[in-house]
Design a protein. Structure first.
Length: 237
């Protein structure tokens, strides 16, 4: 049984998520150089097993995710998830016109950097609004079905809570639907509930748009641009 949120706490969580995703859109826009829209039509709060079943019902094919662990007053992992074929479309939309060979070669590194921008900006924005600091791990690629991506619950993790988001990416007119899952254990979720109840950051959100010392700036744009150059050098010596 996951801890429940009051209506006001859930509204605050939804607002936090939307602000974090908005910050991620700004990061992607700076990278690709044209309009990027990220919309969250739905936010769900479910046990991990329910999230796995929900993802299985929606996506029967192979999935790819970018996973990043975070630690602080609240700890857990955030995962950006796409159907495998849609992740190629996303990379193509971000890196621009490249050959199919270049696209396949760039895919793992480029998707990791896209995940770093989206997850890093989102988590840092949420930390700022909650007046907390999160320590983030390096992003990593994970592949497989829903259970592989979210992790099959074990005796020690069966009651983990998932904040599950549907995320619509629109990049230069191309629309791609993905998912963002934030997985926490019950003690961390209880800490989040307390923070939401006393969240002052939402009352002064415009002031929270600046990065604080504990927040992490992403250099992914430069990394991804260099990855494209390196890939082309390998393919076209």
């Amino acid at each position: 049984m996951i801890p429940s949120l009051s209506e006001l706490e859930f509204d605050a969580l939804t607002e936090l998520v939307n602000m974090g995703v908005g910050r991620s859109a700004v990061g992607l826009r700076q990278l690709v150089g044209h309009q990027v829209l990220l919309q969250v039509p739905k936010v769900l709060l479910v046990p991990r097993l329910a999230a796995i079943e929900m993802l299985r019902r929606r996506e029967s094919g192979p999935l790819v995710g970018v996973r990043q662990y975070f630690a602080g007053t609240v700890r857990g992992k955030a995962i950006l998830i796409f159907p495998d074929d849609k992740s190629l479309d996303l990379v193509r939309a971000v890196v621009g016109p490249v050959s199919e060979q270049e696209l396949i070669a760039l895919h793992p590194e480029a998707l990791t950097e896209i995940g770093n921008i989206v997850l890093g900006n989102c988590l840092a924005s949420i930390a700022n609004l909650l007046e907390q600091t999160f320590t983030l791990s390096l992003p990593e690629i994970t592949r497989g079905g829903a259970a592989n991506i979210l992790g099959e619950p074990s005796s020690g993790s069966a009651h983990e809570t998932v904040i599950f988001l549907y995320v619509d990416f629109t990049i230069d007119g191309m629309q791609i639907t993905g998912y963002l899952a934030v997985v926490t254990d019950i003690p961390s979720f209880s800490s989040l509930k307390k923070l939401l109840a006393g969240c002052r950051g939402l009352q002064n959100a415009t002031c929270s748009s600046e990065w604080r010392p504990g927040a992490r700036r992403s250099s992914s744009g430069a990394v991804l641009a260099q990855s494209i150059v390196n890939c082309r050098r390998r393919l076209c010596p």
